[in-house]
Write a protein that binds this ligand. Sequence first.
Ligand code: NAD
Length: 482
Amino acid sequence: MKYPEVRNYVAGNFVKGEHEYLDVYNPSDGSVISRVPLSSRDDVDRAVQVAQAAFPAWSTMPIKERVQVFFRYRALLERDIEELTALVTEENGKVYAEAKAEILKSMELTEFACSLPQIASGEVLEVSRGVECRIERFPLGVVASIAPFNFPAMVPLWFLPFAVATGNPIIVKPSEQVPLSQQVIFRLLEKCDLPPGVVSLVNGGREVVEGICDHPEIQAVSFVGSTPVARAVWRRATQAGKRVQALGGAKNFVVVMPDADWDRSIAVITESFYGCAGERCLAGSVLVPVGEAHREARDRMVESAKALKVGDGMESGVEMGPVISARHREKVLGYIEKGVDEGAKLVVDGRKTSVAGHEKGFFLGPTLFDDVKPSMAIGHEEIFGPVAAITPVQSLAEAIEVMHAHPNANATSIFTSSGKSAREFARLASASMVGVNIGVAAPMAYFPFGGAKDSFFGDLKVHGRDAYEFYTDKKVVISRWF
Ligand code: NAD
């Protein structure tokens, strides 16, 4: 095994866990590729102690010097992009091109962190003759981030560069299902001249998360995962007096108007639903064709879903990898059964898909249901797998109503050649990331990322200027010199 055992990273050292371990799998063949420690509250506490000790010196270093770390770090990410990409594919299952896009996004996030001095350059106003009012920003203290399984490299980097560049030591808790990418990322960070304690890694599951939420010396928590856990983390950590941003699950509606440019749109729509095997919080989940777009939407989706090549993400030509685990595969299969039982029309059935030479992999083929009602489980609940639902409606207004009735509001898209429909849709959408002829409405690093309603708990979103706001507090200094 290349990575026989996952380590925590505390006080500038990789340290062995002393607790129970969980196996880590390669979803493409079901083999065990490592084991991860389920750390304890005491491990969280140890990381907090060293992070706190690092805080005074790190937080008072000028931001221009702090961001130098990320210039070095970005160069290392670029140098090791192939190794990191392969590792993301190995532990998560997504195909090589998708994994590479994840590392490129991580580089983009790092670049934006390098530019933070621009945002931090301040606000000052002469409020009356000789009297000046100045906003000063200061870091919060020790902060923490908690990640889901679907972006093992990138999601922790939604937070770490911004927290650290603004002067806050951070404790990272990766998903216990995909802890390997962060091992490599921390090895690279180790080469960037960070003082011990500024970045820490504590692996594990629920106990670590609860330890983070309850720890009195952690000032802010960034969580990404499913809605029930996001809500619980947000409640628990805000109760403990922390600043919290908690990103939850999604059920994303993709509306197709009869005037859509089908030839150019279909590949984009198919990728939205089945890319990363549907395990993306921005993935299309329900296709909502308006009026006569229904038949075309269904026929084209059937054709394109059936044509997708499923397999090991390391093999060239493969377009869709496995889902994350045997357990998740069972859960997604359960949804397909429910869809059939509830009377939706199964028009593409991925249940029997298997990949030669990878019989133990956690594969499922693209699956498509037509005539799905919003009240059905597959029309309502987050499946987080390669199962698409078609819910036909008669008008754009009805499509928007269907979206509004759903408690999640992460991302949504419209496919149309009408500027009027696109503008109306963007204005009325409940989701806060909106794509127009774009299947995965992912904001770039310089824009805020995050949903609304039950897809987001908190105020300030992820990256963009919000990251700077989230990781700093402000003072107003009013001064007059006689
Ligand atoms: P998850 O909620 O099961 O786990 C997320 C994190 O919480 C993990 O680190 C896990 O160890 C921890 N955790 C799990 N159960 C817990 C509990 N009971 N108490 C405390 N901590 C717990 O999510 P997942 O399955 O890893 O990831 C998939 C989910 O993440 C999907 O719902 C997806 O929509 C969501 N997601 C959302 C976004 C977004 O931007 N909104 C981005 C990526 C993923």
